[in-house]
Write a protein that binds this ligand. Structure first.
Ligand SMILES: Cc1cc2nc3c(=O)[nH]c(=O)nc-3n(C[C@H](O)[C@H](O)[C@H](O)COP(=O)(O)OP(=O)(O)OC[C@H]3O[C@@H](n4cnc5c(N)ncnc54)[C@H](O)[C@@H]3O)c2cc1C
Length: 336
């Protein structure tokens, strides 16, 4: 398919929250050369590059050009007895990539199965689940600089990855389009089974295959998380806060059961879902938006929610968590 251009285009089908806003122009492209051509044509106009829109909250019409990649290929560039290096187009659906890797019994992406979105965004977002973050399997991120059209390859050490963050979300936000990602996976078993129900796999008489782990991850996710085609959401709405140990100790004095993970000797991470649930938000509605009953970290579009419903609900939650625990929680979702 050549470059496709649409005008005054509804983004309803391009965000999992189900918000109906319009883009002045919507362009999809298939190749890096087409992307460069498009960038020359639209130089100077506001640009937003999206994947599947599964971590976006559109708050208004986008007065500019929304770009979407259809660069789709999966190419094995190196394989030896221990490792395999796979180069993948940014427009490939993330879970299709995970499925393919598991079928080949390549280890590395299986814990990240069933996360909505595309490969390019996975590298921007540093997606993570069940004890694994994608940075652990990324070798390089191939990009095109929006301002110049020139190619730049970021080695993983240049991506400034940490919890749900990358250089592409911060310092270089909006400056580069990811065109492909190079992953290094393991041909021999390297398993991460310490998270919750995944521990059941430790009881197997053999080392679980990548497919065993993928199947278990999908089953857990289906039981806990809303499926985007059935109930609108953008996944975890807030990041888990990291607090000073003194504040954690104050909370633990009255809430002995507070779940927590030590970051270092001075800082503790507390699940935002627990804080939100303690404040009584589980299942609560605000307009058409609601806090998901099975997982209070997720705001769902229960009944034709507007972006205002969702933003107001998010603010009310933030305020009540602060009033109760003196902890600020911040959105993981990108407000556009
Ligand atoms: C039900 C549900 C469950 C989820 N579970 C998880 C989870 O377990 N773990 C997790 O980490 N996330 C999770 N998410 C969030 C989401 O799936 C990820 O953030 C995902 O990476 C977003 O991919 P996307 O293609 O939809 O990107 P978008 O939401 O479209 O975009 C995300 C960001 O990436 C940028 N971007 C997209 N493509 C490119 C590109 N080619 N070049 C440059 N920038 C680009 C966008 O500008 C934006 O800033 C979940 C979401 C939902 C709806």
């Amino acid at each position: 398919m050549p470059i496709s251009k649409q005008y005054n285009y509804s983004l309803l089908g391009h965000n999992t929250m189900g918000i109906d806003v319009k883009a002045q122009q919507f362009i999809t492209y298939d190749t890096v050369d087409e992307l460069k051509e498009v960038l020359r044509e639209i130089a100077g106009r506001p640009i937003l590059h999206i994947g599947r829109g599964s971590n976006l909250l559109f708050t208004r019409d986008f007065e500019g050009v929304v770009l979407h990649s259809s660069i789709k290929f999966t190419q094995i560039v190196m394989r030896n007895q221990r490792e395999v290096v796979v180069r993948v187009g940014a427009g490939v659906v993330w879970d299709d990539f995970c499925a393919q890797m598991a079928q080949n019994n390549f280890y590395g992406s299986e814990n990240l199965s069933h996360i909505p979105g595309e490969v390019g965004a996975a590298a921007v977002q540093n997606i993570g689940a069940y004890g694994v973050e994608v940075e652990s399997i990324i070798q390089e991120v191939e990009t095109i600089e929006i301002a110049t059209g020139s190619r730049r390859v970021f080695h993983v050490s240049q991506c400034e990855y940490h919890y749900r963050e990358s250089v592409f979300k911060n310092k270089l936000r909006g400056q580069y389009v990811v065109t492909a990602v190079v992953f290094k996976l393991s041909v021999t078993p390297v398993v991460h089974l310490d998270y919750g129900q995944l521990q059941d796999l430790k009881a197997l008489p053999h080392t679980p295959s990548a497919q065993d782990i993928r199947d278990a991850v999908i089953a857990i996710r289906r039981s806990k998380l809303p499926e985007p085609d059935q109930l609108g959401s953008a996944g975890s709405f807030f990041k888990n806060p990291v607090v000073p140990i003194e504040l954690f100790n104050d909370i633990a004095a009255t809430h002995h059961e507070v779940p927590h993970y030590a970051i270092d000797e001075k800082q503790i991470k507390i699940p935002a879902a627990w804080l939100i649930e303690q404040c009584g938000w589980k299942g609560k509605c605000h307009g058409g938006a609601a806090v998901y009953e099975k997982q209070p970290l997720i705001i769902v579009n229960k009944n034709h929610a507007t972006s205002s419903d969702i933003m107001e609900l998010a603010s009310l939650i933030q305020q009540s968590v602060y009033d109760t625990f003196k902890i600020n929680i911040y959105p993981e979702v990108n407000y556009i």
